[in-house]
Design a protein around this ligand. Structure first.
Ligand code: SF4
Length: 677
């Protein structure tokens, strides 16, 4: 193979059943078509037939991939993606911040693919070219933060393993005691980066994620459950090789442009997405409150929990992902009069956590108060409410659970209790009321250990709704399930005209993702613009860098791709085609897995009843409803028009053979498409 730049040209393939490690070397043409990350992951899902409806997502034949892209590890805002077939029988293409992705690239890999199932718990130790399958018995049963710290100390690159020149006797006792394990040299700091699962993943909770640095996560669609099904506790990487780009001078110049632009972004740098929450969603009536019964509070003083408020109450230290100048992450320490919460180290948190495990669980009102009543508490009471949401976010991170799906799941159960459909006898005696963090704590323990009712709830919001609907003989329970394509809705309502358009959630290729792109196009009905936005997001997730920084990359992305890879003939159209390929493949993936004969009726309409039937009860958009209440207009007019613009059939949304051919993927997807056209 010709020398590659940007990419290393190597993907490690680990078979946990046979305990073998091999190396895949994709042709350069594959990188040009898919770049890396999510699009490359979708390509391998297809190439290996993971779309087979009989292939159990939690069985040994599923393919679990950790992938990076051509700019990861050199450009700012580096991330990693986890791509697999989800336990929900949907596509999982989840991105994760932190430093793992850059470390993987530094170790010389574009990705790691895992198949099979280990006979006992194991972890992968990746030390540059060397990959070992190691026993993980000592960390199995431990949650993310503890397991991560232990494993960091066990993996060192070859360079760092050489016998140190300095003896213990040369050091004072304090320094000698701080030496790394096995006395492997003064340079052997705990530099490895870890992606691991907590008990949620070990016990295959469907919405378990894969975490790094405690609170960073490939959060959505259940990659952690797949990892647990393989008895794989963690992947630990230490890389020392560096990154080879084609045109270093231009690359560095572009990097400087991006970083300089980020440095001016005081809004984002101050509070990250929590800042956005304070300034927009509260006033847009798009905040999830009590399982989305409300989008805002009647009393503005309830809106006190904002980025600045949280910062003052709990900030310890700013953090960032590799090379990022936005630095939107903050470690905080919870302060509370409740000993269960007090002293917890958590995240600021971000906007999604504020909504999904804050407002959605009824944490932000005073006890006995409803969101349409005046707020009767003080600032100190708000600080206690903040502590509850920070603690619940911490639990989700430490157990490796997606707090968006988790917040929907528990919020649904709380609403079913509120409406009298179920009571504590259905919840193993737990008295689950809005705002009760102790009851949430108890229920979450049951979920991650799959104990009693926790075993039912471990299959996520949609299945929780189905379980109680059948148990009680009340199909109307499904009216309160807030999922789109069976996965929980993020903290952006589609009823408020100021937030997301319902078409965004209906069409995005990663079930109910809030980061799919194309928002402006969906609002104006400009399908070409919407599709360009979606394709652009796929390209971002395939490069792989952070979509939060997309605005700062806008003028530099193509130049930095060229500088990294040396593909001087690469065009903006080629960047768009990466996303178009990912969309076509993932659409076929989900249609085929479910063997849909009428995808629109059987799948695309799987959205929350509340969108079109429960108008917002409070706020400046009081009375608003999704798509002005006209679901038929969305599904029978807008959706076919969007599909047509993509080159898919208008009746079923299947990519045509001509479209697949023009994208150069008819060889891997033509047969499957033909079965559904
Ligand atoms: S913007 Fe935030 S999430 Fe994105 S790379 Fe920077 S620190 Fe990480």
């Amino acid at each position: 193979m010709a020398d590659l730049f940007g990419m290393t040209g190597k993907i490690a393939r680990v078979d946990l059943t046979t305990e073998t490690v091999t190396v895949i070397e994709p042709e350069e043409e594959i990188y040009r078509k898919f770049l890396g990350g999510t699009a490359l992951g979708a390509y391998f899902l297809f190439k290996e037939g993971i779309y087979d409806p009989n292939l159990d997502p939690l069985g040994p034949d599923n393919l679990l991939q950790f992938l990076v892209g051509p700019v990861t590890g050199a450009a700012p805002n580096s991330r990693v993606v986890v791509v697999t077939k989800s336990a929900y029988n949907i596509y999982c293409g989840s991105t994760c911040g932190g430093h793992f992705g850059s470390e993987l690239k530094m170790a010389g890999w574009d990705g790691i693919q895992v198949v099979g199932k280990a006979s006992k718990p194991v972890y992968l130790a990746v030390m540059d070219d060397v990959i070992e399958i190691r026993d993980a018995g000592h960390v199995w049963g431990k949650d993310v933060e503890e397991a991560e710290m232990i494993l960091k100390g066990e993996v060192l690159a070859e360079l760092e393993s050489r016998e140190g020149m300095i003896r213990d006797a040369d050091l004072n006792p304090t320094w000698a005691a701080m030496r790394p394990p096995k006395r492997l040299g003064m340079h052997a700091k705990r530099l490895a980066h870890v992606m691991c699962i907590g008990r949620g993943g070990e016990n295959q909770v469907w919405y378990s994620c894969v975490n790094t640095e405690g609170a960073r996560a490939a959060g959505r669609w259940g990659g952690g459950a797949v990892m647990g099904s393989k008895n794989l506790k963690a992947v630990v990487v230490r890389g020392t090789k560096g990154h080879k780009v084609a045109d270093k001078k231009t690359f560095l110049a572009m990097e400087n442009v991006i970083k300089s632009s980020e440095a001016t972004d005081s809004f984002w740098r101050a509070y990250g997405t929590a800042g956005i929450g304070a300034s927009s969603a509260y006033v847009e009536d798009a905040f999830p409150i009590r399982n989305w019964q409300f989008g805002s509070w009647a009393d503005p003083s309830t809106k006190a929990i904002t980025g600045p408020f949280m910062d003052e109450a709990s900030f310890i230290r700013r953090q960032s992902c590799f090379g990022c100048n936005l630095k939107c992450l903050s470690t905080v320490e919870v302060t509370s009069t409740d000993p269960m919460l007090d002293g917890t180290l958590s995240d600021l948190p971000d906007w999604e956590a504020m909504g999904m495990v804050g407002g959605n669980l009824g944490y932000m009102e005073m006890e006995g108060q409803t969101p349409d009543q005046p707020f009767t508490g003080t600032s100190a009471d708000q600080a206690e409410n903040l502590a509850k949401l920070q603690y619940t976010a911490f639990l989700h991170d430490n157990y490796s659970l997606d707090f968006i799906e988790g917040g929907n799941n528990i919020g649904l159960v709380m609403e079913l209790v509120q409406r009298g459909f179920i009571d504590s006898t259905d919840l193993d005696g737990i008295d689950l009321k809005w705002g009760d963090v102790h009851a949430v704590d108890e229920l979450m323990t049951k979920i991650i250990t799959r104990d009693g009712i926790g075993d039912k709830l471990a299959q996520g919001t949609y299945e929780t709704g189905r379980y109680f609907a059948e148990l009680k003989g009340k199909p109307e329970i499904m009216d309160y399930v807030m999922t789109c394509h069976h996965y929980g809705q993020p903290a952006h309502d589609v009823r408020s005209p100021a937030d997301k358009n319902a078409m965004e959630y209906v069409t995005v290729n990663r079930a109910c993702a809030h980061t799919g792109g194309g928002g402006g196009g969906f609002k104006s009905g400009d399908w070409a613009a919407a599709i360009a936005g979606q394709n652009g997001t796929c390209a971002t997730n395939s490069l792989v860098h952070c979509s939060f920084a997309a605005g700062h990359w806008a003028g530099s992305q193509l130049d930095i791709i060229k500088a990294a890879t040396g593909w001087d003939d690469f065009t903006a159209e080629d960047v768009q085609a990466v996303g178009a390929r990912e969309y076509a493949l993932t659409r076929l993936f989900e249609v085929h897995i479910r063997q849909l004969t009428d995808p629109k009726e059987e799948w695309d309409k799987q959205s929350p009843h509340r969108w079109f039937n429960d108008p917002l009860p409070t706020g400046i958009h009081k009375g608003a409803i999704a798509y002005e209440g006209n679901a038929d207009n969305l599904y029978d007019v807008a959706l076919p028009a969007y599909w047509k613009e993509r080159g898919w059939t208008e009746d079923k949304g299947i990519p045509t053979l001509e479209t697949l051919k023009s994208l150069g993927i008819d060889d891997i997807a033509g047969d499957i498409a033909s079965q559904h056209l």
